[in-house]
Design a protein around this ligand. Structure first.
Ligand code: MG
Length: 395
C-alpha cells in the first residue's frame, strides 16, 4: 500500500545514530526497528510488570478478600499488544507507517518500573536529588543505552523517529539535556502522526480493557458502569440486538462496541482534521498541531469513563494496597544498593566504580531497579532482608 506523503518513511527519516547497511532480507528500516524491539530483553520483561493489577501481591498473600485475580488480567505486555492493535488500525486507515506505529506501541511502556504508576512515583522521589526519574525518558534510555545485544553499538540503535516517539512528553529541562531527539518538545512542534496514533491508541485501549479487568476482578460490576453513558448505551444496544444473551457474552459484546465506537470516532474526526490541514509532507505535520483526535462529544465521554475508572478501579483499596508494597520494596532496594552497589550483579553495574559520584551511582541503581519485574523486585527485597538483617526495619 502506498503511504501518504506525510507518513514517516525510510527516505525522509533522520536515520540512526550509528550508520548501518540496509537489511539484507528486504525489510524496511522501520520493520527492523520493530523486530529489534520484539527481540529485546525489555520486551520480555513487560509480561512481569503491572499495568494496574499485580499478581505478585496476591502471591505474597496481600490480595484483598473477595477480589479475584485471574490469568486474563492485562500486564504491560498484553496491554502493549492491544495498544498496537488499536493504533495499527488507525495507521493503516490514514496510510501511515504501520511498522513505526507498532514499534512505538510495543515499546511505549519499556521504561515503566515494577508496580505501575506507583513505582514511577516512588523512584522519582528516590531520585529527587539526582535528576529524577521519568518513565518516558527511561524508555529512550533503554533502547539507546541499556539493551546489551549488539557488538557494533550500545542499545538498539533505532531510527530517529522511533526514538523521538518514545519520549512523548517530558519537562523542558530534560528536553534540553536530551538534545536533538527532544527538539520537537523544545520547539513546541507536533509529534509525527504515527506517534499521535499510538498515544491515543494507548488511552483508548487501556480505558476499554480496564473495564474488563475491573469486572473480572470484581472491583466493579456492569451495573455500576451504567453511570458512564457510553457503556450504558452500548449495554442496552446489545440487549436489544441479542435478547436473553448470557452475561459474559453481553459484557464482551458491549466492550467490543465501546472500543469500536471510539475507534470509528477517531477515524472520522482525524480524517477531517488531516484533510483540513492540507498536509503535503512530514514537515507540515510538525506545524499542524494535534490531528489524531476524538470528536468533542466522544472525547467528553472518554474523559468521563477515565474518571469513573479512576475512582472505582485505580483507587480501589485492593489496587492501592500495592502502593504500600511498592513504597516499601522500592525504597528498601534503592537504599540498600546506594549503600552497597556490589549487591547489584556485575552485568548491571558495568563501569560503576567505587569512587564515582552519588549521581552516577543513583542512575545505575535506578536503571537496575526500574528494569525489574514485580515478582523479581519482591524477591530481591526478601533476599536483602535475609542477607542484611539491618534492613528488617524497612520491610
Ligand atoms: Mg500504556
Amino acid at each position: 500500500m502506498a503511504l501518504a506523503p506525510y507518513a514517516v518513511t525510510d527516505s525522509v527519516s533522520r536515520g540512526r545514530q550509528v550508520a548501518e547497511n540496509k537489511p539484507a532480507d528486504g525489510r524496511t528500516e522501520f520493520q527492523r526497528d520493530r523486530d529489534r524491539v520484539i527481540h529485546s530483553s525489555a520486551f520480555s520483561r513487560l509480561q512481569g510488570k503491572t499495568q494496574v493489577f499485580t499478581r505478585a501481591s496476591e502471591r505474597f498473600g496481600q490480595g484483598e478478600e473477595g477480589v479475584r485475580f485471574s490469568d486474563h488480567l492485562r500486564n504491560r505486555l498484553t496491554h502493549s499488544i492491544e495498544v498496537s492493535q488499536v493504533s495499527r488500525t488507525l495507521a493503516r486507515r490514514f496510510k501511515l507507517n504501520e511498522d513505526l506505529v507498532e514499534t512505538l506501541a510495543l515499546a511505549h511502556d519499556f521504561g515503566h518500573p515494577p508496580f505501575g504508576h506507583t513505582g514511577q512515583d516512588v523512584l522519582n522521589e528516590c531520585m529527587s536529588s539526582y535528576g529524577g526519574f521519568e518513565h518516558n525518558i527511561q524508555s529512550l534510555r533503554i533502547v539507546d543505552k541499556l539493551e546489551h545485544k549488539y557488538p557494533r553499538f550500545e542499545g538498539l540503535n533505532l531510527m530517529f523517529e522511533t526514538r523521538e516517539g518514545l519520549i512523548k512528553h517530558c519537562s523542558l529541562n530534560n528536553a534540553r539535556k536530551l538534545g536533538p531527539v527532544a527538539e520537537r518538545i523544545l520547539n513546541k512542534q507536533a509529534a509525527t502522526l504515527e506517534g499521535q496514533c499510538t498515544d491515543l491508541g494507548d488511552a483508548i485501549a487501556y480505558s476499554c480493557h480496564d473495564i474488563d479487568d475491573g469486572i473480572r476482578s470484581r472491583l466493579i460490576t456492569p451495573e455500576s458502569m451504567m453511570e458512564v453513558s457510553v457503556f450504558a448505551q452500548a449495554w442496552e444496544g446489545v440487549g436489544r440486538e441479542y435478547p436473553g444473551l448470557d452475561s459474559t457474552l453481553h459484557l464482551q459484546q458491549t466492550l467490543r462496541d465501546v472500543l469500536g465506537l471510539f475507534v470509528r470516532g477517531i477515524i472520522r474526526q482525524s480524517s477531517d482534521n488531516i484533510a483540513d490541514a492540507r498536509l503535503t509532507c512530514l514537515a507540515d505535520v510538525r506545524t499542524a498541531g494535534s490531528l489524531i483526535a476524538l470528536p468533542d462529544g466522544l472525547a467528553e465521554e472518554h474523559k468521563r469513563l477515565k474518571s469513573h475508572l479512576y475512582h472505582t478501579v485505580y483507587m480501589h483499596p485492593s489496587v492501592s494496597s500495592v502502593r504500600k508494597d511498592a513504597h516499601t520494596v522500592l525504597n528498601s532496594l534503592f537504599t540498600a544498593y546506594m549503600n552497597d552497589a556490589e549487591l547489584i550483579p556485575q552485568s548491571s553495574r558495568q563501569g560503576l566504580l567505587a569512587h564515582e559520584s552519588d549521581e552516577l551511582r543513583a542512575r545505575v541503581v535506578v536503571d537496575y531497579i526500574s528494569g525489574m519485574t514485580d515478582s523479581f523486585a519482591y524477591q530481591a527485597a526478601l533476599d536483602l532482608k535475609k542477607s542484611a538483617p539491618a534492613l528488617e526495619m524497612l520491610l
